[in-house]
Design a protein around this ligand. Structure first.
Ligand SMILES: Cc1cc2nc3c(=O)[nH]c(=O)nc-3n(C[C@H](O)[C@H](O)[C@H](O)COP(=O)(O)O)c2cc1C
Length: 191
């Protein structure tokens, strides 16, 4: 069921670090991203696929994790991502691709969920991340997708009246994500 797959496609930030993801799987996920819609069909997104320990270690310090969880500095050793897909914009093709990026990354994360994997979009990136890669000038880093087999439980909660939309963790470290109720986001119905 599509509803179940989408419900399962959460942002995961703790992983089974020592369970590698094959390059073939990463390529499959990028292939799903490739099939998404693109404004003017320009398809300006490019990807760097990373599953080597050395490069993963260089990427990690540049990532900003879970801004709402002030006490948490990000995944510890052993629960860090098993792989990354770095999303780039080819500025020769377009100067902006936020909408394309959303479509592409959702396709990718749905594919990950289908395979029992999970991921998190990281848009909070330190400027130095670019220097980790040997990128041509026309390639701009937009986002990093962290991937792996999830080592945490994420629950969707229906946001109650007066409740915050900030995600939070309970005493068992279960991650809760409040979603606004359906009736709140339907601004009109003309049946
Ligand atoms: C465009 C975008 C950028 C995001 N950037 C980050 C980020 O830098 N760090 C992070 O930990 N999560 C990031 N997230 C994940 C969101 O926090 C997450 O989608 C939100 O809390 C809802 O949880 P859910 O994805 O499980 O529905 C990003 C999500 C989106 C869509």
């Amino acid at each position: 069921m599509l509803y179940d797959l989408i419900s399962k496609t959460r942002s995961f930030r703790r992983f089974v670090e020592d369970e590698p993801i094959a390059m073939e799987t990463l390529r499959y996920l990028v292939d799903l991203a490739r099939l998404g819609g693109s404004a003017r069909n320009l398809q300006p997104l490019k990807y760097v696929l990373v599953n080597t320990p050395a490069l993963k270690a260089k990427i990690f310090p540049h990532l900003g994790w879970a801004g709402y969880l002030k006490e948490w500095t990000g995944p510890q050793e052993g629960e860090r991502p098993a792989a990354y897909i770095v999303c780039l914009l080819d500025t020769r093709l377009s100067k902006e691709a936020d909408c394309d990026l959303g479509i592409a990354t959702q396709n990718l994360l749905l594919g990950a969920a289908e395979k029992g994997l999970g991921g998190c979009r990281i848009a909070s990136l330190a400027p130095g991340l670019r220097d980790v890669f040997d990128l041509d000038d026309h390639l701009q880093v937009l986002q990093v997708i962290a991937l792996g087999r999830p080592a945490e439980t994420v629950f969707l909660n229906e946001q109650g009246p007066g409740e915050d939309i900030k995600y939070w963790r309970d005493t068992d470290q279960i991650h809760h994500v409040p979603k606004r109720p359906l009736q709140e986001i339907i601004a009109g119905e003309h049946d």
